[in-house]
Design a protein around this ligand. Structure first.
Ligand code: AHR
Length: 502
């Protein structure tokens, strides 16, 4: 049995969690939009064609912001195609993913879906094949009240009130050779700066996310150069990172969050360097607007130029859920700088929610990774405590000194509640866990619940036929003893311990 301990103190905090850290992402890709959120022929479809079964699952996740419409897709997108009468909308070859885009759904529909889901929209503009002109037109279409060309076009299209989209991404992954209209850091920094000026002159209330690197391995010079051009005009810099276990080396896979942690620290350091060089008073915040496990579907075939084929449909295992749990805790532990994050993506495409097309049965279900996200979104909104952790470590192929315990504590002062999230990374041993809360003033402690998710089979998955193979249970043994919480964290397990202080 391993042992670990955590010491918490109310005076030692990381910061307040911005709820948008629990954001997600829907791209026009595969079956994310069509047959995912939108399927007029589905038995649960509402009057606008949105699947209510999917909306119910999205609401369970509690997603405050959803990035849209891409992703790689946005770098060739003409936003006007997805507005106005549906029978007049063009079908286009979509070059990012090699399919046909029907444009049945665009910003007109998506903003309405987002309202139903209880989310706001994080809108990306095309800085690949287009530029500042089309970007500022889109801001005018979405946010201007009336009396100008694009605002009146929106009203003609049936939307009297502006959409009021506050958060905008200045393109997507512009450093990637795979991106339509990819750019050097200088080229991108200049166009992003000019687009930012026009967009903010159109609506000064918006906030802007400039593209950082497409992966932790690519970061460095890109951020420094891009921020050199844009620092005064943008509010966030983006980070993207995906993790996988193609070599079936679970010990290394479970250490993925160490890479995410390093990536965040590095981008903070670069942003602070530019802040210093510019003698700026503004702190640049981070938008980790694409993150997840993604590798199961690499190389899966699909029919070129078809409409909404099965693409990027990773079927997530139990061990993937453990990794997602550690990634979520890493984001929370950087809540002083990471203000937004998007689990990429939300439905069908590398997603916590899966659906069948109506003609194939029409079922919807939660993948394994759904649950740690749901738990953190429900219980992770509060003050992250700067915990002192003591636990043994192991060396993996990709990282040395990996702590067996990954944990994060969130304090809800008003509710007098502390929620502890924890993953025991050991593949062999359970862990005796002690959390010292004596600094909270000798309050009487009680455990509200100790949720666990574990499985003997690391590769266990949820499917339409067996949607509950991997689900959490309220069966943990956490209990209060004096000013401490004592619990056993099973080998390779996800845990949520909710503590009340009376
Ligand atoms: O989320 C899938 C893809 O991953 C996105 O389109 C792109 O931005 C990233 O490379």
């Amino acid at each position: 049995m391993l042992t670990s301990s955590l010491i918490l103190h109310p005076a030692y905090t990381v910061g307040e969690v911005d709820p948008r850290i629990f954001g997600s992402f829907i791209e026009h890709l595969g079956r994310a939009v069509y047959h995912g959120v939108y399927e007029p022929g589905h038995p649960t479809a509402d009057e606008e064609g949105f699947r209510k079964d999917v909306l119910d699952l999205v609401k369970k996740l509690g997603v405050p912001i959803v990035r849209y419409p891409g992703g790689n897709f946005v770098s060739g997108y003409r936003w006007e195609d997805g507005t106005g009468p549906k029978d007049k909308r063009p079908r286009r070859p979509e070059l990012a993913w090699g399919v046909t885009e029907t444009n049945e759904v665009g910003i007109d529909e998506f903003q309405s879906w987002a309202k139903k889901a209880g989310s706001s929209v994080m809108m990306a503009v095309n800085l690949g094949t287009r530029g500042p002109e089309e970007a500022r037109n889109l801001v005018e279409y979405c946010n201007f009240k009336s009396g100008t060309y694009y605002a009146d076009l929106r009203r003609q299209n049936g939307f009297e009130e502006p959409f009021g989209i506050k958060t905008w991404c200045l393109g997507n992954e512009m450093d990637g050779a795979w991106q339509m209209g990819a750019k050097t850091a200088t080229e991108y920094g200049r166009i992003a700066c000019e687009a930012a000026k026009l967009m903010k002159w159109t609506d000064p209330d918006i906030e802007l996310v400039v593209c950082g690197s497409s992966g932790s391995g690519m970061c460095g010079d890109w951020e420094a150069e891009v921020l050199k051009h844009t620092y005064d005009h943008v509010d966030y810099i983006s980070l993207h990172s995906y993790y996988g276990n193609p070599a079936n080396d679970t010990a290394s896979f479970l250490a993925s969050s160490m890479d995410m942690d390093r990536f965040i620290r590095t981008v903070c350091a670069i942003a602070d360097y530019v802040k210093h060089v510019k003698r700026s008073k503004k702190t640049m915040y981070l938008s980790f607007d694409e993150w997840n496990v993604w590798f199961h579907s690499h190389g899966a075939p699909f029919e070129k130029w078809s409409v909404a084929p099965h693409q990027l449909e990773d079927v997530y295992t139990f061990e993937d859920a453990l990794v997602v749990g550690t990634l979520l805790m890493t984001l929370l532990k950087h809540c002083d700088r990471v203000k937004m994050a998007c689990l990429a993506q939300l439905v069908n495409v590398i997603a916590p929610i899966m659906t069948e097309n109506a003609e194939d049965g029409g079922r919807a279900w939660a993948q394994t990774i759904f649950y740690p996200f749901m738990h953190c979104s429900a219980y992770g909104r509060g003050t992250v405590l700067d915990a002192r952790i003591d636990c043994p470590t192991y060396d993996a192929k990709n990282a040395k000194g990996v702590p067996y315990l990954e944990s994060c504590a969130v304090y809800h002062e008003e509710e007098r509640e502390i929620d502890l999230f924890a993953v025991n990374r050991s593949l062999e041993e359970d862990m005796a866990f002690t959390c010292d809360l004596t600094a909270f003033g000798g309050k009487e402690l009680s455990v509200i619940e100790h949720l666990t998710m574990t499985n003997d089979d690391l590769k266990a998955v949820n499917t339409a036929d067996n949607p509950t193979a991997v689900v959490p249970e309220a069966n943990g043994d956490a209990q209060a003893e004096g000013g401490k919480i004592i619990a056993t964290l099973g080998k390779h397990s996800w845990n949520v311990v909710r503590v009340k202080m009376n």
